[in-house]
Design a protein around this ligand. Sequence first.
Ligand code: FMN
Length: 327
Amino acid sequence: MDAPRTVTIGPYRLPSNVVLAPMAGVTDRPFRMLCRRFGAGLAASEMLSADVRLWDTPKSRRRMDHGGEPSPRVVQIAGFDPSMMADAARRNVDAGAQIIDINMGCPAKKVCNRLAGSALLQDEALVAQILHSVVQSVAVPVMLKTRTGWDRDHKNAIRVARIAEDSGIQALAIHGRTRADLYQGDAEHGTVKAVKDSVKIPVFANGDIDSPERARQVLRETGCDGVMIGRAAQGRPWIFDDVNFFLEHGESRAVLALEKVRAIMRAHLEDLYAFYGEETGVRVARKHLSWYFRQHPGQEALRNRLVRIETPDEQLSTLLELFDMGV
Ligand SMILES: Cc1cc2nc3c(=O)[nH]c(=O)nc-3n(C[C@H](O)[C@H](O)[C@H](O)COP(=O)(O)O)c2cc1C
């Protein structure tokens, strides 16, 4: 049995050391709130560009919407220019962010072409300037999310972590792959452990944590303060409850009853319609539906019907029909 560790970031003592990873296109406000209800200790927003000229779009406005979200609200920003990053951080704090998370982990082309995300790892002097500039610009804690390095020959996460700590960064999340790895191969947590051993600030291990057992193993192997879960929460937001329970009691939670899953999915869909409006809400819901059903093989025909539906009423009633058939 591993007693859950308490993680404190600035003035915030997290309710759990198991947190949701930021995922563009996934961790919108409804999903963040769902994961928090299931016990995620933190749930960062989808990445927001530090270029404030890009903010006047429905997509960016939604990414900055934190109405009703529990504290501490974390907003992730990505960019390459220290003063733009500082400005973006300040504006988000004014809009309700209580923790700023800096993205130096994303390998996406659109970000890296502009030397942002994990591409920044190539330029440690610039990393230092960005981190320093953001930390100085806001009164709230700043976190950094990054990878183990640029590529396997340039794993500089330890140096970056020390730069971060010296710059006043208050927590780190390390994805156990390099930028060049993209998502290939298995996450490598040896470097994550080395990072944890080299700094005093809290470190979250991230990458391929997809079960309570794996979470415990990574916590034990790395000595990290917490774990960060991304893809495994897609279609399974209750994973946080499963992991918290397992870490606390050393045994597995009972499998969720189908009627509970039905109620969770129904409420999630209704939140999506309310947040995005009907048309976009139905489209976004399709993604989540396919993740939820990934765990229930069979009934392909009905499921295919479900993901083509255009209206909320039909989407919900077909979902409920599926459950009535026992999925
Ligand atoms: C669809 C998707 C979108 C992502 N978007 C972001 C992002 O906006 N910011 C970020 O720092 N990482 C992003 N990531 C990376 C995740 O936060 C995480 O580091 C990665 O998925 C590894 O964790 P996992 O194995 O638990 O999924 C994204 C990952 C996925 C799958």
